[in-house]
Design a protein around this ligand. Structure first.
Ligand code: SF4
Length: 399
């Protein structure tokens, strides 16, 4: 069911795969050595192990150098095509010769995770192709269930209601509710009074999805992009085009996290994700009012490549109250950040409302029967403890 709900949109697909991969990694790390060996046998990976006697002389020196160790010959090594251990290659912690990476046993997880990631992508791509046909006769049965996944439904476009963001509210929202990637664009605009092409389009597309009226977006552009000789003449058509009022199309959809994370902004461009691209992230977080105690945690997540997790922590750090509920928030898209923040700050967030509903039900029934057991989502700690119990029941787990 989750695969169906997440298979259509690239952003949702990537978010789903990332979380499946994290879960797989966690479960794999929990396996006993015996379990891992059995897993490799069942998976039929046909790994090419390297004979101990081969690891001598120059090869041994290269393996020691790349792994920063002095005991390469004491380890078990495997030869794997380098394209299948991308993460190790990116870390530059691996020796490659003739297209083959030399992977020590303890790093085999990167190979396994890579395989798992490809499989996940393959399932989802297959489902996406069949989705429309599969749902043809499911409008009453499955489609409503998929819609119950909130704004992660298959055709989610993350659009807010018209007028949620306006030229009058943008300065307040900038401090309270706009996602870091959009704050970054606005910060740059404030300093330079201009943005390069990609930054402008990302900003206008965000405005449109955040419900900013076209007139406000035009006014904002003309009054803020003043480094250009005639912003009205230069950008009126472009803003209207993004809003779908020119060019005969539907306009430009708001850019998602994966597009921003994958962007390669050069000097003077700001359309990326700050958790990936911001060189001085700590100072930037301070400027945005993140509590000192949270800055290292966010930076660590960003350094480890968990950009959306870092963004979740940013959200948690910059929103008040009900910490256990903030733990349950997941950011899927910059406009989803904005909507969730707006709802949170106005008390309209579904997690807050779920609590109110549960409380009022308990009060209504308390005169004649015990309070209902609520079905609120589990806290992070509860989820982890439950997952732990489930994992421990797994065949491959240590006794
Ligand atoms: S994770 Fe997504 S919403 Fe958060 S800053 Fe990066 S691109 Fe924006």
């Amino acid at each position: 069911m989750l695969k169906l709900a997440f298979c259509k949109q690239p952003d949702l697909k990537q978010w789903f795969v990332r979380n499946e991969v994290n879960l797989f990694r966690y479960r794999f790390n929990k396996m006993s050595s015996k379990g891992k060996i059995r897993f490799f046998e069942l998976s039929k990976f046909n790994l090419e192990s390297i004979e101990k006697g081969e690891i001598t002389g120059e090869l041994e020196a290269n393996l020691n150098d790349c792994s920063n160790i002095t005991t390469a010959s004491a380890k078990t090594w495997y030869r794997i095509p380098w394209t299948q251990v991308g993460r190790l290659v990116t870390r530059r912690s691996i020796f490659i010769d003739e297209g083959k990476a030399y992977v020590p046993e303890e790093d085999l997880i990167e190979f396994v995770v890579g395989k798992f990631r490809s499989e996940c992508n393959r399932w989802l791509a297959g489902l996406a192709k069949k989705f429309d046909v599969m749902m043809e006769n499911e409008q009453e049965r499955l489609v409503p269930i998929l819609k119950s996944f909130g704004n992660t439904i298959a055709d989610a476009d993350f659009s807010s209601t018209e007028g949620r963001l306006t030229i009058n509210s943008i300065e307040t929202m900038r401090k309270t509710s706009l996602p870091p990637c959009i704050r970054q664009l606005l910060d740059a605009l404030q300093v330079d009074n201009k943005l390069k092409h990609d930054g402008r389009v990302h900003l206008w597309a965000f405005f449109k999805a955040a419900g900013m009226p076209l007139e406000d977006a035009l006014k904002f552009t003309f009054t803020r992009m003043t480094a250009y000789a005639n912003p009205e003449k230069e950008f009126k058509y472009n803003v209207r085009h993004v809003y779908g009022k020119e060019g005969g199309g539907k306009g430009v959809g708001a850019y998602g996290c994966s597009t921003k994370i994958k962007a390669l902004p050069v000097e003077g461009q700001y359309q990326g994700c700050p958790f990936k691209h911001q060189r001085n992230l700590k100072q930037q977080l301070r400027n945005w009012g993140v509590k000192e105690v949270d800055i290292d945690k966010i930076k660590k997540k960003a350094d480890d490549g968990h950009y959306q997790v870092a963004c979740n922590q940013f959200f948690k750090s910059t929103h008040k109250d009900k910490e256990e509920k903030l733990d349950l928030i997941t950011i899927l898209h910059p406009n989803n950040f904005f909507d969730q923040s707006f709802d949170w700050n106005t008390g309209e967030h579904k997690l807050l409302k779920a609590e109110d509903t549960a409380k009022s039900e308990a009060m209504e029934t308390s005169t004649y029967e015990p309070a209902w057991e609520t079905t609120l989502p589990m806290s992070q700690a509860e989820k982890e403890s439950q997952s732990q119990k489930e994992f421990e029941q797994d065949d491959f787990m240590e006794e």
